[in-house]
Design a protein. Sequence first.
Length: 247
Amino acid sequence: MTNLGLPDGIRACLFDMDGVLTQTATVHAAAWKETFDAFLRRRDGAGFRPFDAVGDYDEYVDGKPRADGVRSFLASRGITLPEGDDDPPGPDTVRSLGDRKNALVLEKIKEMGVHAYPGSVRYAEAARAAGLRRAVVSSSANCHDVLVAAGIDDLFEVRIDGIVATEQHLPGKPAPDTFLAAARALGVPPEEATVFEDALAGMEAGRAGAFGFVVGVDRAGQAEALRRHGADVVVEDLAELLEEEAS
């Protein structure tokens, strides 16, 4: 193992953003809950079953492109909505629900700011010092602004986010395409890259892409689920990988 807690031969680190680098996963979960609960309340009345910001979030929306998350959760409730590509904000469509959620996220980030996990910053800095290539892979269209707000955008050479995925027609996680695009941009084959993810969809993407190593970051007490979905190792904080080598 290297002094980063990675297998020998690893030359690149591919980091998810929300929940791995930045403390924004809870913001997304809260925004999804507010969006879906309002929709379900309108649809089903007082007897509606609310969105679970832990279980439903992890299973259906975490790590996925926004529209895919909307479709996935609605399908779990037996609901189908029109896509609504050019709809105004009013109608309930896949597009409008996703747009409402994104507006809430931006409001919450503006109010609360963005904070990076100190252990993740330490790890990314150690990877840079060790000469490993580094990329951020996120389904978020706000990825660049979040990295800048957190003060960590300079740690990464490549960013494959929701905007890039749309431009390059890349399917989102659990498909491996965005991670594969990041590895290509860094000039490193998948078997020489490590994926760092906290989402079950991200674990599946790492496994499907045949990457050299997949690190599950357990921020929500789902270590066993992360392993089942493809993690080679699970940590609660990336600093643990450095501390294991130092001990």
